[in-house]
Design a protein around this ligand. Structure first.
Ligand SMILES: [Zn+2]
Length: 751
């Protein structure tokens, strides 16, 4: 029996029929014609080329997406077009000649239209709205727009789309600008997906590419019984979330011996923040200064978080007396490209003011929002294969592959601005963005993990899917802002008791001192106490794990959230025992936007953690510190260090590749040896020197140089500026590196 299809015929190097709902390949011969496909399509092109661009009804034999033995039954019968789900792109123009380019996403199932607008090649505005179907059109009568990433329009606009062809839409759009403009234009269907994301993958030789497998490989009791058979890959998982991924594998895998080389004694094949940062800076092919649909995925062995310390600051050692690495259990991280911005819009004024009004220099030289406003967040992720293996609760290949692919998707989810589910009120989910050991079903951690996988259906939550499909451009595109992981912080300062009294956790925050010299790094202690009778699941206290959020109110009155340069994810199952206290010393000096305490005056600092046992966000009573007005050499120190590379160098504890960063620290140490910042400069210089650094691109390992580094560390210790617990850690570190023989790598011998 013959099949009939109507639509627009398109003839190029093959023949397609664009119908209302699909695109069909058209050939004139039967499918089993016994000749090559190229000859078949060439024959079809020759036959149908007179009808290119016409509406026709064809009759033939439909096999999947191919209409074989096709012939024309009737000429032009104007088909009734409808709108297809997916992305459209095109140019619209106003009555006054303004031109915008638009990416419009049509989601008929949820009746949502979202769109991003670009002007002169730059992001301009977004809208997201429910629309109603009227006749063949979809109409949103009064959608709100956001401009310049965060200004919401006071008045609504108007958005109307009407199909004008099998693959085109006529757009009629009122953008509520300062002078509202009416735009019209025809846009074309681009993809059945809502986003197209490029992922560049780098890996060490010897660790796997992102795994692919089938749900058939998994035993029935280890996955949902009603799960349909699926081939699972990075691409397939994002595809079912509405995102088309184009994955670019860097062909030359990085040499494994570099990965296994210990730049530092006993740290083995661990990669620290400096090395990951350098990899991204040097080996990623894309510009890191742009927002674009590209992400960098780096697969290496293990994360080096530096030595673990106890509540008093002493290094935690294993039974052989070797330091335990705090990177144990970290399976993935996402990183910001940079802190700070060397393109300082105020730079032209600085010299003028320094000469004419030196007493006001500090007001202009530092502390402006614009100075560090251009950092590009969420551009790269790293996942740690060997660490993942260490924490598998089952050893089968299918289990390992599923776990590792979940970690990769989880980190890429962060890079697209998705938060951990328990931090946004959805602990009870098998989303990629939950941790298996936090799944609230099962008595023991092992039960929770196995139950998570038993229920795991490879899906993001509806809220996450909505973000992936319709999130505003700047809140999802790599290099955009980190909006989704944040929530409005200002109310906390109005009500310091916010968080209530029913929580089982208590949180306190205490600055290491009340008065800080200008430029002196601000450090705070936080203290968590579990006053319930049960252990409570609990993350690490460092802000880089995202569980503890620090909020800082600046002298200007504005409140900022402290954002680390690097977010980490861990696989370890930590709890805080009943009646247990945990403490952590955190430096807040440098965040992803550069130096935080860069203006003299009064600051308030508080911290928040989610209490999973009560569902309450626990907030610490804010503490006050004072950053003194510049005195002595403070401004001269500031002039040396308030810049991008010194900020990075201070944050990461060094970086052999940050030549300007180390030079700035050496300059402070040489010129201002008695300044409190010199102690911190000595500390990071010493840590950088006693740590080697591997570079997998150049294939070099710079080995540790304790002889050069220990004097810096000793000076830092002798300065007396550090708290007891930091001093204890310094003493331990100096003792460790003063041993004659380098300590052998403990982790390799474990395997
Ligand atoms: Zn995470």
């Amino acid at each position: 029996m013959a099949d009939r299809k109507s639509g627009l015929l398109h003839v190029e190097n093959r023949v397609t029929l664009n119908t209302v709902s699909e695109v069909i390949e058209v050939i004139t011969l039967p499918l089993q014609a016994g000749i090559g496909w190229e000859a078949i399509t060439a024959q079809a092109v020759q036959h149908f080329s007179p009808y290119d661009g016409q509406c026709v009804t064809l009759e033939g034999d439909l096999h999947g997406g191919i209409l074989a033995s096709a012939r024309i039954v009737t000429d032009c019968q104007e088909p009734v077009f409808s709108i297809r789900n997916g992305t459209y792109h095109g140019r619209i123009e106003s009555t006054t000649g303004e031109v915008l380019y638009v990416d419009l996403r049509m989601d008929g199932a949820s009746e949502v239209i979202s769109a991003d607008f670009f002007r002169d090649g730059l992001y301009y505005a977004s809208t997201r709205t429910r629309a109603q179907k009227e006749g063949e059109s979809w109409i949103a009568p009064s959608p709100r727009f956001i401009f310049n990433t965060d200004t919401e329009s006071e008045i609504g606009g108007h958005l109307e789309v009407t199909p004008s062809g099998a693959a085109t839409l006529q757009v009629n759009c009122l953008v509520p600008e300062a002078l509202p403009n009416q735009y019209t234009g025809e846009i074309s269907f681009q993809s059945e997906h809502f986003r197209v994301l490029n992922i560049e993958v780098d890996k060490l030789d010897g660790v796997p590419w992102p795994p692919e497998y089938s749900t058939r490989d998994i035993p029935p009791n280890s996955q949902p019984s009603d799960l349909e058979e699926m081939d699972i890959s990075l691409s397939s998982l994002f595809r079912q979330a509405g995102v088309e991924t184009r994955i670019h594998f860097n062909d030359g895998a990085l040499a494994a011996d570099i990965g296994a080389s210990a730049g530092r004694p006993w740290e083995g094949d661990r990669w620290d923040e400096r090395e990951l940062h350098e990899m991204m800076d040097t080996n990623y092919s894309r510009s890191l200064n742009d927002r674009e649909w590209w992400l960098y995925l780096l697969i290496v062995t293990r994360f080096d978080g530096g030595p673990e310390t106890d509540n008093s600051g002493y290094l935690v050692v294993d039974d052989q007396g070797l330091p335990v690495n705090s990177g144990i259990g970290t399976t993935g991280i996402i990183f910001d490209h940079s802190t700070g911005n060397i393109r300082d819009p105020w730079a032209q004024w600085t010299d003028f003011i320094a000469t004419n009004y030196p007493q006001y220099l500090h007001l202009f030289d530092f502390g402006r929002g614009g100075a560090f406003g251009n950092s590009r967040a969420r551009q790269g992720v790293a996942v740690f294969w060997s660490e993942t293996l260490d924490f598998l609760v089952r050893n089968e290949t299918w289990y390992r592959d599923r776990q590792f692919l979940r970690t990769i998707v989880h980190e890429l989810g962060h890079a697209l601005n998705l938060a951990h589910t328990w931090l946004v009120g959805r602990a009870d989910t098998t989303s990629f963005m939950n941790y298996p050991h936090r799944y609230p079903h099962g008595g023991s951690a092992l039960d929770r993990i196995l139950n998570y996988w038993r229920d795991f259906d490879y899906a993001f939550d509806p809220e996450e899917l909505f973000h992936l499909k319709h999130g505003f451009y700047d809140e999802i595109v790599p290099g955009g802002r980190m909006e989704f992981m944040e929530w409005s912080p200002t109310s906390v300062f109005r009500d310091p008791n916010a968080g209530g009294t029913r929580a089982n956790l208590a949180l306190g925050i205490e600055p290491t001192k009340e008065l800080f010299r200008f430029t002196e790094p601000v450090t705070v202690n936080i203290r968590v106490y579990n006053h319930s009778s049960e252990p409570v699941p609990f993350g690490r206290l460092s802000p880089s794990y995202g569980d503890v959020v620090f909020l800082i109110r600046k002298p200007s009155g504005g409140t900022v959230r402290y954002r680390p340069l690097i977010y980490k994810c861990q696989i370890t199952k930590e709890t805080i025992a009943n009646k247990e206290t945990k403490t952590h010393l955190t430096s807040l000096a440098v965040g992803s936007e550069g130096f935080i305490f860069d203006t003299p005056g009064r600051y308030e600092i508080t911290a928040m953690i989610p209490d999973p046992s009560s569902g309450i966000m626990v907030v610490a009573r804010p503490s006050t510190i004072w950053v003194k007005y510049p005195e002595g050499n403070d401004e001269n120190v500031a002039k040396v260090i308030f810049d991008r590379e010194p900020a990075l160098y201070l944050y990461m504890g060094g970086g052999h590749h940050l030549k300007n960063g180390s030079a700035a620290m050496e300059e402070v140490v040489a010129r201002f040896p008695d300044h409190p910042f010199a102690a911190h400069a000595n500390l990071v210089l010493g840590l950088d020197k006693v740590s080697g650094q591997k570079n997998a691109v150049s294939g070099t390992v710079q080995s540790a140089d304790p002889i050069a580094g220990i004097p810096n560390l000793q000076k830092a210790l002798d300065s007396g500026v550090f708290s007891d617990s930091s001093a204890n850690r310094l003493k331990d570190t100096i003792a460790l590196y003063s041993k004659e023989e380098p300590v052998k790598d403990q982790y390799k011998s474990k395997e």
